[in-house]
Design a protein around this ligand. Structure first.
Ligand code: HEC
Length: 104
């Protein structure tokens, strides 16, 4: 079977154009899984906190800080938030934070 060169180039171009979106969607899916499993007990499935001391992600409280600051808080724990270092890796935490930023 012969594929015309032009078609091949168009397919490669299409896949390349879609990849960043696909990667982002997969990260958000993983973020949702991590968030629902490890964070929602306190921060709420919709980002509306279940416990009084937790910030509301539905109103973006605290989430405007740089990723590295938030990553550090989640890894080390903060007041009654337990440290997640050794339980979740950096990518999982960052994905969960990005997912939290989509809640409203
Ligand atoms: C046991 C309840 C609990 C769990 C579980 C929990 N948190 Fe928290 N989280 C809190 C509380 C309470 C605070 C407020 C801490 C403070 O500033 O005193 C907080 C604060 C935060 C902050 C703000 C940190 C800052 O530096 O301002 C982020 C971001 C956050 N949590 C993300 C997460 C993520 C992501 C998870 C899941 C991996 C998670 N939390 C799991 C209770 C929890």
């Amino acid at each position: 079977m012969k594929i015309k060169l032009g078609t091949g180039i168009r397919i490669v171009g299409l896949v390349a154009a879609l990849l960043p979106d696909v990667a982002l969607a997969l990260d958000l899916m993983r973020g949702q899984r991590v968030y629902n499993t490890h964070c929602a007990v306190c921060h709420g499935m919709n980002g509306i906190p279940v416990i009084q001391q937790a910030p509301s992600f539905a109103s973006k409280e605290r989430l405007m800080q740089p990723d590295m600051v938030l990553l550090q808080s989640v890894k080390m724990g903060k007041s009654i938030m337990p440290p997640f270092m050794g339980i979740l890796n950096n990518d999982e935490i960052l994905d969960a934070l990005n997912y939290a930023r989509t809640l409203r």
